[in-house]
Structure formats: C-alpha cells, structure tokens
Design a protein around this ligand. Sequence first.
Ligand code: PRP
Length: 213
Amino acid sequence: MAEILKVAMPKGRIYKKASELFRLAGLPIPMDVDDTRRLVISLPEAGMEFILAKPVDVPTYVEYGVADIGIVGKDVLMEENKDVYELLDLGIARCRMSVIGLPNWTPGIQQRVATKYPNVASQYFREQGQQVEVVKLNGSIELAPLIGLADRIVDMVETGQTLKENGLVEMNSLFEITSRLIANRVSYRMKNREIQELCDRLQKVIVAEEANR
Ligand code: PRP
C-alpha cells in the first residue's frame, strides 16, 4: 500500500501556485482546501497530508521529518541552510534577490543594510569585500532606506512595483528565485516510491509550463 506523504506547504503567496501545480500533475486537491484556515489537511485521495506552515519554517519541518517533503522558495532555502534534499525546481513564484537603494546612493564610511535575509546578505557583501552592518527586519524592508535606518536593502523583487512606488532602484541582482521541492533525507529513502512518483508527475508539468513560457 502506498504511504501517505506529509507535505509542508507555504502559507501565503506561493500556496495557490503550488496547489495549482499539484492539480495540473493530476492530484485531486479539492478547491476548498485553498481557502481553509485549517493547518493540517488530510487528502487521502491524493495520498497526502498538507501541513500549512509559515514559508520560512518549511525547511525546519522537513529537516525534522515531521513533513516528508515541502515546497519553499530558493530565498528561504539559501537563508535557512537546512539539511534537506532539494529535489526539483518547480519554476513557480519566479522573482530575484537584489540589492536595492535610493537613486542617489553613494558608499559612505559606515554602511548599513536592512534585510529579511541576514545570512544571504552577509555572505554576499563578504564575497564582495564590502564591510557592512546587516540589520534584520521582518517585512516592509523598503521602509529602511526611506526613513534612514539603512543605506541599502537586500530583498526580493518580483514585479518591481514596490520599488517603483517608493522611489528606490535595483542596484545588483544576486540570484534568481523559484520555488523548490525539498525532502527529508530519511523520508526520501523510506518513501522513495511515493516521492519519486510525485517528482515524475511534477516534472512533466514543469516541462510543459516551461515550453509555454
Ligand atoms: C515582498 C518583497 C517586496 C515585494 C516585492 O514583500 O519583500 O517588498 O514583495 O514585490 P514586487 O516587486 O512585485 O513589488 P512581501 O509582499 O512578501 O511582504 P513583506 O514586505 O512583509 O516582506
């Protein structure tokens, strides 16, 4: 008998894209699941159980094995650096990680960078040989240069609308972000057949979507 796969799904902006991808892959995920406030959802027809987690916590649930697999942005994966397998690039929720600042920015003696991604930002500036103080914020990062908390920010850019409306400019792009399918190392062995079958189904959809892009 097939084992149930426990899937850590990110609540918020990626969720609908991820559940849509599962549906395109032929998994029967009822539409009403998208709007529920329940956090653990049993989906026996799909052979799954969804665990609706805060995106930044998805790698933690998967690393500890309370979820077998998970869907998470490359941004979170880079920042959290957890011991999990990255199985697939799902090609959804495409955006980029960038350094952003005011248009008239010039390097000062003391540079401060605000971000939700302190590990990513610190590593980037270290590699660039730039000495900066990294300040961790939890959201609305674009505020920081506007009100003088930081000279620059490291943040995600999707449409560029937030930057534009706040008079900020993108200075460098660090890397492309898409959502990834990750797996717990033990689950990957113990539930290999189920995980592999899911990957094969998803891969077909990803290839088809890629061709339409
Ligand atoms: C993200 C990111 C930017 C914005 C970029 O914020 O931090 O602020 O989206 O998107 P855009 O280029 O399409 O405007 P999010 O909406 O996740 O909220 P947050 O500010 O609380 O992080």
